[in-house]
Design a protein. Structure first.
Length: 552
């Protein structure tokens, strides 16, 4: 990690720790309680309580104990975790998708999806199994003070399997590491956040029928799997649909003439994705992620120059503020949270579990992926991906969302230590690790590296780039379809639809093609699938209506 990033994160974490120490040990509120006190015996603390007062029902949320062991009131500086999850995380996740290097992302899409889906699920179960063995051992020696079930262990595995895209972006973007390593690690960290959110929700939804809700039940497992697939696919579809809708609005209206209104609408449409997904029972953070990717790929091309600059600065500012507030709040919570459960053996087991879970994610999958990749994932890349699996905002948010039971309190306290350790130790050691593994830094991410790209001479004498591992058929099919149909339909770029759609669709093509599409400089159309690797020259080709009519 570069010095600037280290300094920024350390300052905010340390400031939160300092304020937390002052509030915990230096400030005590006067003892003045006039509230009604209800006493009842419960095996575990409820998240909400419903009170019937003269036929009128009132619902109260659990905030925790209000007194410490000495009878003093402890200042309550925490706030509703849902506010944290629903207000602070969306700007961070949207900016991660909006700033994604799409060319390198889609070029390595198969590997990224494998790490994000198969790898995260594998890491979750490996971590959960190791933690369950640790919990059984703690029960045997009598060091466990409450109930801790296998589903709790799986939930812990799900939340700590989410790597931190914010920290990874800061490190690798500043250092400008090898483009393929950047794409693999950052793309995986962005997507596995979404997978971890839905996976943790699916584990919570695992409810076998009967009195014992923690036994294995095949029907409950299938139900959880259905919840996972339904929520993830629904959130993805909603995020992409909102991005497409925004692209159409910005293309077929005159919003470009009002840059301030254009920026405001762009921001509100992006934020409404989160609200709409939550209202429909999906996961808003996942929808916001794919909305950001769609907005950057399509809508951004339709914005005016002023709105492009303004929207980019706006999302960078929101991301910066939210990220630094989270780091400060992490430090504050370490001392202000009143129900920490620090179990040394559990903490040691957790660090061992996340190490084994990350290793089970990276090394076996890399071996299998290299069997089908022309551009192999080198062993030094795998070691850096293993080392850089940082935990941060998402892990913290998922753990603080529910701290009502003994198991969740222990998981939250342990998660805090894991986040501090990975950010400070692993983050601070990234630069030495890159040097030790001989990873190139200072690489222009807008260009291909020398390993993956070669240059050939075209018949006309011009130099052309040939990217070998872009010739995979999924990328080829997607690139051709997107270049010929989606981009011309949703943006002013790409070849006009009048040149790509069949002649029978001429009236529709002319209606959906804007006048700007005939005037903008475009890269040459993609070649046939068999020779997609030979990309066009650097010189732009200007399309005009006359040229299009003359095209065979």
């Amino acid at each position: 990690m570069d010095a600037k990033t280290i300094f920024k994160i350390y300052v905010f974490l340390s400031s939160g720790l300092f304020v937390g120490i002052i509030l915990r040990f230096g400030v005590h509120l006067p003892q003045d309680l006039n509230d009604i006190t209800l006493t009842c015996a419960m095996n575990s603390s409820p998240t909400t309580i419903l009170v019937n007062v003269s036929g009128r029902f009132y619902e109260y949320s659990l905030k925790g104990e209000v007194r410490d062991s000495k009878g003093h009131d402890v200042p309550n500086v925490t706030f509703d975790p849902e506010v944290f999850f629903n207000i602070l995380l969306p700007p961070i996740i949207f900016h991660a998708g909006y700033s994604l290097k799409r060319r390198h992302f889609f070029r390595n899409l198969g590997s990224i999806l494998s790490y994000a889906f198969v790898g995260t699920v594998t890491s979750c179960f490996v971590t959960g199994l190791v933690m369950y063995g640790c919990v059984v051992f703690l029960k045997v020696i009598g060091q466990l003070g409450g109930d801790f079930f296998f589903t709790d262990c799986l939930f812990f595995g799900a939340i700590v399997s989410a790597t931190d895209p914010v920290t990874v972006l800061a490190i690798f973007n500043e250092l400008k590491v090898d483009v393929d390593l950047y794409a693999l690690l950052f793309g995986e960290s962005v997507l596995n956040d979404a997978v971890a959110i839905v996976l943790s929700s699916s584990i919570v939804a695992y409810q076998p029928e009967g009195d014992n809700r923690h036994t294995f039940d095949g029907s409950a497992l299938l139900k959880s799997l259905g919840v996972f697939l339904g929520v993830f696919s629904g959130s993805f579809a909603m995020g992409a649909a909102t991005g497409v809708m925004t692209a159409l609005v910005t293309k077929f209206t005159k919003l470009r003439d009002f840059p301030l209104l254009e920026t405001a609408l762009f921001f509100l449409m992006s934020w409404s994705t989160f609200l709409l997904a939550e209202a429909c029972g999906f996961t808003g953070v996942v929808a916001v992620l794919f909305c950001g990717i769609t907005q950057a790929h399509y809508t951004y091309n339709n914005l005016s120059a002023e709105s492009k600059s303004r929207s980019k600065q706006l999302f960078e500012l929101l991301d910066f503020l939210a990220e630094n507030f989270i780091f400060s709040y992490m430090g504050l919570t370490l001392f202000s949270f009143q129900h920490h459960v620090f179990n040394p053996l559990f903490i040691i087991g957790a660090f061992l579990a996340i190490f084994l879970g990350r290793a089970a994610n990276i090394y076996p999958l890399s071996f299998l992926l290299n069997l089908g990749r022309k551009n192999k994932i080198a062993s030094n890349f795998q070691h850096v991906m293993m080392f850089s699996g940082l935990r941060g905002a998402m892990t913290f948010a998922l753990s603080i969302r529910d701290t009502a039971t003994y198991a969740r309190q222990m998981m939250f306290s342990t998660t805090l230590l894991i986040v501090f350790f990975t950010v400070w130790v692993c983050g601070g050691g990234t630069t030495p690790m890159l040097s030790l593994m001989h990873i190139r830094v200072g690489v222009d991410t807008d260009q291909d590296n020398s390993v993956s790209s070669t240059h050939v001479t075209a018949p006309d004498g011009m130099t052309q780039k040939s990217t070998k591992h872009e010739s995979a058929w999924p990328f080829r099919l997607w690139y051709t379809f997107d270049h010929n149909y989606l981009k011309p339909f949703l943006t002013h770029s790409g070849p006009p639809l009048t040149s790509t759609l069949p002649a029978c669709c001429g009236p529709i093509a002319r209606c959906l093609t804007s006048s700007q599409a005939y005037e903008m400089p475009m890269a040459c159309p993609p070649p046939p699938p068999a020779r997609l690797g030979s990309l066009c020259s650097e010189a732009p080709v200007w399309f005009s209506p006359q040229m299009i009519l003359q095209t065979p």
